[in-house]
Design a protein around this ligand. Sequence first.
Ligand SMILES: Nc1nc2c(ncn2[C@@H]2O[C@H](COP(=O)(O)OP(=O)(O)OP(=O)(O)O)[C@@H](O)[C@H]2O)c(=O)[nH]1
Ligand SMILES: [Mg+2]
Length: 316
Amino acid sequence: MRTGKGFARKKHRHKAASAVAPQDDVYRAGFACFVGRPNAGKSTLTNAIVGQKIAITSNKPQTTRHVIRGILHRPDAQLVLVDTPGLHRPRTLLGERLNDLVREVWSEVDVIGVCFPADEPIGRGDRFISSEVSALKAKVIAVVTKVDLVDPQTLAQRLLAVAELYDFAEIIPVSAVSGHQVENLTDAMIRHMPESPQLYPDDVLTDEPEQVLIGELIREAALEGVRDELPHSIAVLVEEMLVEGNLTRIFADIYVERDSQKSIVIGSRGTRLKEVGTKARAEIEQLLGRRIYLDLHVRVAKEWQRDPKQLRKLGF
Ligand SMILES: Nc1nc2c(ncn2[C@@H]2O[C@H](COP(=O)(O)OP(=O)(O)OP(=O)(O)O)[C@@H](O)[C@H]2O)c(=O)[nH]1
Ligand SMILES: [Mg+2]
């Protein structure tokens, strides 16, 4: 797996870092990922554990399209969390590629956390995912997510149903929003990591290139308020970044699949696109810690989700 220098603007320490003293002299380091159906809360949980937003989230299924690694540093351990797309029945070439990505990550990590949203019953997708991961070398733990959304009785039912699915090494209920049990989950994952020297330098938060993170933040802003097929049709490519003194000019293209979608994204007299730009700019400035100027263009790439050439251009 790729390791090395990465994005490290904020020298971040997880709040657990100072609180958790090494239990023995063993230093552990390794890779973990959350898997689960789309919208299960994998990216939100990844951000909560890493302690900073490295992965975008939304209430639309299939938000994550890139494998993004977030690194948690503790005195006794380094946990590399790999955020993956939700596993789903693919309807396009993009969907197939995303599922392939997920399986590639499964085979490389030490620990897999299968996520089950507490506010939804266990479904066929969950059963399928559980049976698939059971064949892997990784330790598999179950994570019941979004527990803040259900009453204790529903949670108890969910935990029982999960226990019946597969002999998970542990079952941990969490809420990434309230922070409930997030530290416990982190400890559990680290317990199953191998003894290993540090994998990344101290201050690295993610090894994702700036350009990809920026594109993702723009896509996250563009996803807000759009419905039906449109969220799936949106892709973002950062074309250029120019540093001019303390201002960074970023030129990015938002791709959609049809002219009608282009009008929706732009909005009447450009109002929607302006909102997207304002929201994305604030997020990007927070990420980079610099002032930016954001230049957004909306372009049509017909049926890009099914076209190998366009997929390649868009980074898939
Ligand atoms: N109330 C509550 N909402 C949550 C929690 N975790 C995630 N969510 C919400 O659930 C939605 C989906 O979260 P994501 O983290 O994007 O889900 P995901 O599993 O990464 O989804 P894909 O990338 O599409 O596979 C978002 O609207 C989140 O805000 C939680 O602990 N509590
Ligand atoms: Mg996600």
